[in-house]
Design a protein around this ligand. Sequence first.
Ligand code: SF4
Length: 298
Amino acid sequence: MEELGFTVVVSGATGKELINAGVKAAVDEVCLPVKVFLGHSLALTSQCDALLIPRLVSINRKDYICPKFMGLPEMTKQAVGAHPVLIWKSEQNSDLGSLKALPLDIRRNFPRRQIKKGLQKAKTTFRIYHGLLQQGLFPDEAERILFGAEKKHRAEDRRRMGLIGHPYCLYDPFINLDLVRLLRRYGFKVLAPEFFTPRQIAEEQRVLAKPLFWTLSQRIFGAFRLLCKEKVEGVIYLSAFACGPEALIGELVKKEAKANGLPLLQLDLDEHSGEAGFVTRVEAFIDLLNRKRRLNCV
Ligand code: SF4
């Protein structure tokens, strides 16, 4: 967008007020991440001329992103009222990185060559960013390196904890009550699904009699199996309240954990999650891991 002369405005960090606005704008049945998304969209309306909302349907052949994602542009339009919303990928079968996926208003008003140059730049940045995540960095650290504010550092050799769930639950410190920082304070290096390549995740699906329909569920399942091989001490699974696909994938992960003898803690996130209860459960889980470690040393 900057290549075309637009100023990109990004919403700030999630906070209580923003979630409350999202909850008010959403229908009751939607999951917490959608409410958070609507809250961010509403916060941006006073700062920009139009919102650009992606429509994610299928990013890999034969598997799909959840229906709530597909309906995000419509839910956002409903929430923001008369504020202009441009839909990124409104045409069927267009690839998100293609020219055809961009809103007609943009394709009509800018030279093709200029748009292609911008898309190319975005794809390169995206590839580098994912490369950094696969080296074990978290999104905030990768962004700081990408935009020149921090030098790359090697993660020290620490105890290892797996963290799985949808990326918007794992990387938003407000909705997950800053779990990553808490785990790091206890001396853990935290490994998340984004540390593995799509090919590694795809290979892990082979053990299933039937492929999972949802892309993000495949990522959670594949990452869990890979974390078992990485010999993490335990895994924390952050699931979003009212998430349909997670009802199934949660059971599969529990079975895998049992089969591998790997301690698993599942925590549900919703807009009412209280810090005290949440932290107590995490600390009890860490106590259990400490005890297991001591027993293995005897
Ligand atoms: S996958 Fe679950 S958490 Fe994510 S948008 Fe769909 S219902 Fe919500």
